[in-house]
Structure formats: structure tokens, C-alpha cells
Design a protein around this ligand. Structure first.
Ligand SMILES: Cc1cc2nc3c(=O)[nH]c(=O)nc-3n(C[C@H](O)[C@H](O)[C@H](O)COP(=O)(O)O)c2cc1C
Length: 173
């Protein structure tokens, strides 16, 4: 989910980079993803903004529903063995006005744990700074300084580069 478009911008950058690399990805908002069978895919990205250092409620709801389904199906096994060929990446946007990136890592870890429980290898957790839209004080006086206009071209180029590096590492396996 993306209330002010920042996480969506990162998601679209990931999407465009994958398409450019010749992959045919599908993109869904969590609200529309209840029926997605995660095990049908070899590479899954899940992104969210950090809200009070957690994924927002719709994302947590999605994760909890999937956890319940996969527990019931017996997919989540003691020790969570890693399934060969199943890779996940989580990405999180945040403004960090109080304690910086420490406000985002618990949200990234939460989403990462979800995939590890399913047996996916979590190849990366990407954190991108996003302006706290509608709150000038939190976009200028926080620990990260003036973050208006973020993510900027450089932030999105970093995402592009991360995707390219990830694909190379998957393809060389
Ligand atoms: C209700 C709410 C709570 C937020 N809590 C945090 C937070 O705890 N830490 C943080 O770094 N940013 C926080 N933010 C800022 C957002 O994570 C950040 O601006 C994000 O990039 C917005 O992404 P979006 O446009 O995709 O929703 C919060 C924003 C909102 C609206």
C-alpha cells in the first residue's frame, strides 16, 4: 500500500527495471493480492511505508491472512527450511523524523520474517527515504535533515541498480 505515492514510486521503479531486463512481472496492491499464490512465483517483492515503525495495517492484514493460510496448509514447517529457487525482497519507504532508519528496519524485518517463514530466501531489504508529505516540520527537522522531494532521482537510481545486481546474482546461481 502507498498512501501518498512514495512506495508506489519505488514499486514502479522496480517494475520498470524488471521489464527492461526482459522479465514479465505482475504488480498488485495488497488489497488486491489476497488471491495471489506466492509459491507460484520464484521472485516476490513486498513493499510498504513504515507507519509507527511497522508495516501499515493493510499490509499486516495481508501477511497475517497469508500466514494463517500457509500454516493451515502445512507450508510453514519447524525450522523453516529454505526452498531452492524461491527468493523474496522487501522494500520499505520511511521519513525517519525521529530516529532515522531505525524507524524503518522493524517494518522491513517484519516483512522479511514473513517470507523466511514461508521458506523464501530474503535476498535483500531495501530502505528508501520519502518526504513526509503534509508535514513540513517532519520533512525538514528530523534526523535525516531536509528530505523534501525524496525519493529523488538518485534514490530511484539506487533502486534500479539494486534490482540489476539482484538479477545478476539470481542468474549466476
Ligand atoms: C500515519 C503515518 C505514520 C508514519 N510513521 C512513520 C514512522 O514511524 N517512521 C517513519 O520513518 N516514517 C513514518 N511515516 C512516514 C512514511 O513512512 C513515509 O513518508 C513514506 O515514505 C510514505 O509512503 P507512501 O507515500 O507510500 O504511503 C508515517 C506516515 C504516516 C502517514
Amino acid at each position: 500500500m502507498s498512501a501518498t505515492g512514495t512506495t508506489e514510486k519505488v514499486a514502479n521503479t522496480i517494475l520498470d527495471t524488471l521489464i527492461h531486463a526482459g522479465i514479465k512481472p505482475i504488480i498488485k496492491k495488497v488489497a488486491e493480492a489476497a488471491d495471489v499464490q506466492l509459491y507460484d512465483f520464484d521472485l516476490v517483492f513486498l513493499g510498504a511505508p513504515s507507519y509507527s515503525f511497522q508495516p501499515p495495517e493493510p499490509v499486516q492484514k495481508f501477511i497475517k491472512a497469508k500466514m494463517k493460510l500457509h500454516m493451515e496448509r502445512g507450508d510453514i514447517k519447524p525450522g523453516c527450511p529454505v526452498l531452492p529457487g524461491k527468493t523474496a525482497v522487501v522494500f520499505c519507504t520511511y521519513s525517519g523524523p525521529h530516529t532515522g532508519i531505525a524507524e524503518a528496519t522493524p517494518a522491513g524485518d517484519y516483512m522479511g520474517q514473513f517470507f523466511e517463514h514461508l521458506g523464501f530466501s530474503v535476498a535483500a531489504k531495501w530502505y528508501t527515504v520519502g518526504e513526509f508529505k503534509g508535514h513540513e516540520d517532519l520533512s525538514t527537522q528530523g534526523r535525516l535533515g531536509d528530505i523534501r522531494g525524496r525519493p529523488n532521482v538518485k534514490d530511484l537510481a539506487e533502486i534500479e541498480s539494486n534490482v540489476s545486481t539482484l538479477l545478476k546474482s539470481i542468474q549466476s546461481r
